[in-house]
Design a protein. Structure first.
Length: 157
């Protein structure tokens, strides 16, 4: 099953038979954690796969030449690049580790455009970052306006 809505998923978990769930979860979008969904899936033995960890590619937009619709994210994306540089890694590693570091997330699903990105994604998944790096990235990403952090609201822009 896959859904954007944590409340919808909570209701569906009352139906027996789910053993794997795919949800958006990232340094930008922590609703599954704050809503208690991850606690519930963990208690039920449901494996959770995090998707949309790059926020539909927003993470990789050039903050110096932002899309006009996402201009308000530019300073935050610059700050995230600074966090990555200071940690000696790239943004993909922070995003992947930001999901894998969360208790209740079994794995991540990433969209890739080229074969060489597979090696990078595997290396990012194997990397270990200090918890403080992930916490700082979550803080910065969480400061991006909600209408940018939530793709469900993009249509309303």
């Amino acid at each position: 099953m896959s859904s954007y809505d944590a409340d919808e998923v909570m209701d569906l978990l009352d139906i027996e038979g789910f053993d794997i769930l795919q949800i958006p979860f990232s340094i930008f979008d922590r609703r599954a954690h704050t809503s208690g969904l991850l606690d519930r899936t963990n208690a039920l033995g449901v494996a959770v796969c995090a998707r949309s960890i790059f926020l539909q590619g927003l993470l990789f937009l050039d903050p110096m030449r932002p899309d006009p619709d996402f201009r308000d994210a530019a300073p935050h994306l610059s700050a995230l690049r600074g966090i990555a540089a200071e940690a000696g890694c790239d943004l993909a590693t922070i995003a992947i580790q930001g999901a894998l570091d969360m208790e209740g997330i079994a794995t991540v699903i990433v969209g890739l455009y080229a074969a060489d990105q597979v090696d990078q994604a595997v290396a990012s998944a194997a990397a270990r970052l200090d918890t403080s790096v992930i916490e700082e990235a979550i803080r910065v990403a969480g400061a991006i306006p909600a209408n940018i952090r939530d793709p469900r609201l993009w249509r309303q822009r």
